[in-house]
Design a protein around this ligand. Structure first.
Ligand code: P6P
Length: 335
């Protein structure tokens, strides 16, 4: 069987697409690649070593930090700091943004925002989890410490974004604004191989992903949309199928391939929505739009146009096949 292109080869081949390519993005992806392989190894034996279960600490979200959360955060932070092209990071697991001071990282042109291990509560029950990352050029002057403004940029300023899904296989899916490509890790070789070139999200779909346990407190428009999904209508292939893994990366990845919509509206426990704008919604929205899909927080409010005001802010999130997002948008407008 002909060897497919590796992630490294693919990035070098596509270097010319990056504005004034300096090799910096190649270097960042090399860091992400390395850290994700280390995490792949730990996740795949999590049940065997004392690395699952809560670490006893809580993160800024007030959520029990799983040992792998902390492990993942440290691995990505270390790998990104080592290359001198990233000057700082923001992470779900860090209360504040982190300024990299090692070596000449102050000359780094990029900042990375990440959810190092999204869906980590699923680790102990052997359900897929993911890493989500979002890359921006810094806006503060080179040679100075990073500022909050470097991280509070709208999603439409992203230079690149992607996720790693640690599932039945480990995949890295990313975009630099020229389409979406997926790479599958071959553990025997330790390389990511191009397995899903030019990923396109089907324009329509028959899968909806939402935590229906929150139904009673959903906005009226969302309730109407869920009922719409459940009604019989042969012409529009309804009722749709309900699929909810409880891991954003896994639910989104399935919908990216098969078509579908993921919804996390406001809910009783999350009056502003649960998902974080900067390191969950923006990167997933960038991928969705690059694959031909759509992502909004409210009617006529594309996720990537939102101007963030704080690092860990949350937003309602509707993302997936364009026709399905358009439909929920109609119901949200009606109220
Ligand atoms: P709920 C995981 O904590 C996460 O951020 C997403 O990965 C996932 O889609 C969502 O929250 C699940 O939230 O409230 O349905 O358990």
């Amino acid at each position: 069987m002909e060897m497919t292109k590796t992630l490294g080869e693919f990035i070098i081949d596509r270097q010319t697409e990056y504005p004034n390519a300096t090799g910096a993005l190649t270097s960042i992806f090399s860091s992400i690649r390395l850290a994700s392989k280390v995490l792949h190894r730990q996740i795949n034996k999590a049940g065997l070593v004392d690395i699952t279960g809560a670490a006893g600490a809580e993160n800024i979200q007030g959520e029990q930090q799983q040992k792998l959360d902390i492990f993942a955060n440290e691995k990505f932070k270390t790998a990104l700091a080592a290359r001198g092209v990233v000057c700082g990071i923001a992470s779900e697991e860090e209360d504040k943004y982190v300024n990299f001071e090692e070596g000449n990282t102050q000359e780094g042109e990029y900042v990375v925002l990440m959810d190092p291990l999204d869906g980590s509560s699923n680790i102990d029950v052997n359900v897929s989890v993911g890493t989500i990352f979002s890359i921006y050029r810094r806006v503060s002057p080179l040679g100075q410490p990073v500022t909050e403004a470097d991280f509070l940029q709208p999603g439409n300023k992203q230079v690149a974004a992607g996720y790693v899904i640690y599932g039945s296989s480990t995949m890295l899916v990313y975009t630099t604004g020229n389409g979406v490509n997926g790479f599958t890790l071959d553990p025997s070789l330790g390389v990511f191989c191009l397995s899903h070139p030019d990923m396109q999200m089907p324009e329509d779909g028959k899968i909806y992903s939402v935590n229906e346990g929150n139904y009673i407190n959903f906005p009226t428009g969302v309730k109407k949309y869920i009922k719409y999904c459940q009604e019989e209508d042969e012409a529009t292939q309804r009722p749709y199928t309900s699929r909810y893994i409880g891991s954003l990366v896994s639910d989104f990845h399935r919908n990216l391939i098969k078509g579908g919509i993921y919804l996390y509206p406001t809910a009783r426990s999350y009056p502003k929505g649960k998902l974080r704008l900067l390191y969950e919604c923006n990167p997933i929205a960038f991928l969705a739009e690059q694959a031909g899909g759509k992502a909004i927080s409210a009617p006529d409010q594309p996720i990537m146009d939102l101007k963030p005001s704080e690092l860990h802010e949350r937003t309602p999130f509707f993302v997936g096949s364009t026709k399905m997002v358009n439909k929920v948008e109609e119901f949200l407008r009606e109220g």
